[in-house]
Design a protein around this ligand. Sequence first.
Ligand code: UDP
Ligand code: MG
Length: 322
Amino acid sequence: MPPQYSWIIPIYNEEETLREMYRRISAVADRMDGLVEFILINDGSRDRSLQIIRELHQQDKRVCYLSLARNFGHQMAVTAGLNFARGQVIVVLDADLQDPPELIPDMVEKWRQGYQVVYAQRLKRRKETVFKRFTAYVFYRLLKSLAEVDIPTDTGDFCLMDRQVVDLLNAMPEQNRYIRGLRSWVGFQQTAIRFERNPRFAGDVKYTFRKSLGLAVNSLVSFSKVPLRLSTYLGLLSAALALFMSVLVLYWRLTSPDSPLTGFATIAIAIFFLGSVQLISIGILGEYIGRIYEEVKARPLYTLAEVGGFASQNSNSNKRQK
Ligand code: UDP
Ligand code: MG
């Protein structure tokens, strides 16, 4: 009998948290009204995570796992889990227990009321650095103002999705997957459930500053064309400035011939200004072209080294989902 619930958990070097995580999720799963499958995705961990996952699978047949052949990043790990999930109700949560599994029954309650997506919205972030909180705050607001779809602020990947939504996500061929964005894009009835984000149970953050910045740029470029327009605006601005300057210079020539506006500084500033406008514009273009290049190559989204606990009909993932 296929499970009713699939809980997807991406894992990258989480050996210290895995056993505690399993204890917490299985305690919640025992109280659910249907069969639960846990899908643990090892995203190329370099510590003992995979061994622990195998042990958990031995102990408890509800634990299924995928092991990606290298580190593909959080979004791809979740994508792999979504491809394999068999349940009617799919939940995505982090392995570090920052997303409390005890919230899942409340999310399911909302699903029963008819919502296809229930996302968890953070009210507070406990024990995260001021820098992280500040950058996250700015980023979510910037994304909200630029993106073409309404992506709710302060939501992570912790969410519940109906089978219908997951089927749609699986059908999207995109290489650059910003799951929160795609999840909003599909539409349907969506609602929030608010919670205070706990600190990590153990270990360090796996999302380095570089990875977070990459995710931020990716989400902006994938969900907004406004940055492309920025170069047009910058160009118009510098054209207006140039026009104004030429009128001013002409005026000074005619009225006071020893005008001070002939120095080196003026020219240097103009050159630097134009140079930077051009470089910024090329950079923005590059972000979009680079993504077109990625999409055109159409490589598989991830490669799998090991699969445990799924029935054989599910070996469809090394192919691109069309
Ligand atoms: N993770 C992953 N691949 C990565 C980085 C992180 O699968 O390349 C997982 C990690 O194990 C955790 C989740 O993604 O379960 C969120 O990572 P983390 O807690 O480091 O980031 P946060 O969202 O808390 O900043
Ligand atoms: Mg975390």
